[in-house]
Design a protein around this ligand. Structure first.
Ligand code: NAI
Ligand code: OAA
Length: 311
């Protein structure tokens, strides 16, 4: 199976590394606009083959999309990351043109690929890819919910002082500092609601920390995170290529689901070889429904700005 990742920067290269090391694909193509950069990252990853014990072929390309031909999954991480103090939404002006151009070039060479969108503001970039490529909705997937849910489970595990892999939890809604919805009511420690172990206050703090998880790391690192984002993309690509039929919250185009239309936003999806196999309709309570509607309003406002940025 062949995966192309455009943007060989922090997230793209980390995700290529995880896909190679975990043998999720047999061939990875890294593409970047910076002369020689993707080739360098690909060669560096290739030189870990014997020490880490994998044979995945990893090649780099400076903007030559012919090398990406016939990819099963394509991942778009190209664009700029935020700096401390910025929101993801502020990246729309630069990233919209980049994502649209890259998505169109990818489709020309891989007409059957499933698209995974990572560049921010991710929900709006996913909507842009859906609208400009004309592909069926199951083939356009925005990655945000995997990462936000992993942060949610990390903060729950810290608050509970229990292993993260014993914790289940999901974040839906937009992938933004104020639009994420950590579903605290449904989170569990080995099936037991976390509310049996944590006070309302402690749970509210976990939710708040989760929502600003990306901003916290950006303030610490000076640019946005890459290890957890890269691993989250690899997790999603694994679910697609290995037809895992896992339930993963992803940003997908909605046509009436969760009361929303004409928007890409995070909802629980079954992910398999066809990309989004189905959207899972979970029962939200009234407060969660209200948060979801508010989150969708904010994402929709961003989508409405797209035209002015694309000219
Ligand atoms: N959805 C999510 O959960 C996450 C999204 N992100 C987003 O992913 C994007 C990438 O972040 P990083 O990897 O940290 O940034 P980075 O700056 O390390 O890498 C971006 C790469 O894109 C390349 N690039 C720019 N324009 C290009 C074009 N037209 N064609 C090919 N390559 C091009 C750059 O040369 C650079 O190497 C950002 O927009 C960031 O906000 C980051 C983390 C998580
Ligand atoms: O915080 C950012 O800008 C990058 C991102 O989306 C994340 O790490 O969640």
């Amino acid at each position: 199976m062949k995966v192309t990742i455009v943007g060989a920067g922090n997230v793209g290269a980390t995700c290529a590394d995880a896909i190679a090391y975990r043998r999720i694909a047999s061939e990875i193509v890294l593409v970047d606009i910076r002369e020689g950069f993707a080739e360098g990252k690909a060669l560096d990853i290739t030189q870990t083959q014997t020490t880490l014990g994998f044979n995945t072929k990893v090649i780099g390309s400076t903007n030559d999309y012919a090398k990406t031909a016939g990819s099963d999954v394509v991942v778009i991480t190209s664009g700029v990351p935020r700096k401390p103090g910025m929101t993801r939404e502020e990246l729309i002006g630069i990233n919209a043109g980049i994502v649209k151009g890259v998505a169109e070039s990818l489709l020309k060479h891989s007409p059957n690929a499933i698209f995974v969108i990572v560049s921010n503001p991710m929900d709006t970039m996913t909507y842009l890819a859906y609208k400009s490529l004309g592909l069926p909705k199951n083939r356009i997937i925005g990655m945000g919910g995997t990462l936000d849910s992993s942060r949610f489970k990390t903060y729950l595990s810290l608050a509970l002082d229990k292993p993260a892999n014993d914790i289940q939890g999901m974040v839906i809604g937009g992938h933004g500092d104020t639009t994420m919805i950590p579903l605290t009511r449904l989170a569990s420690y080995n099936g037991v609601p976390v509310s049996q172990f944590l006070s309302e206050e402690a749970l509210a703090k976990v939710a708040a920390d989760t929502m600003v998880g990306g901003a916290t790391l950006t303030a610490l690192l000076g640019t946005s995170a890459w290890y957890a984002p890269g691993a989250s993309v690899a997790y999603l690509v694994d679910a697609i290529l290995n037809d895992q039929q896992k339930m993963i919250p992803c940003s997908v185009y909605l046509e009436g689901e969760y009361g929303q239309n004409d928007i890409c936003i995070g909802v629980p999806c079954i992910i398999g070889k066809n990309g989004v196999e189905s959207i899972v309709d979970i029962q939200l309570n009234d407060a969660e429904k209200a948060l979801f509607a508010k989150s969708a309003d904010a994402v929709r406002n961003m989508n409405n700005d797209l035209k002015s940025h694309l000219g």
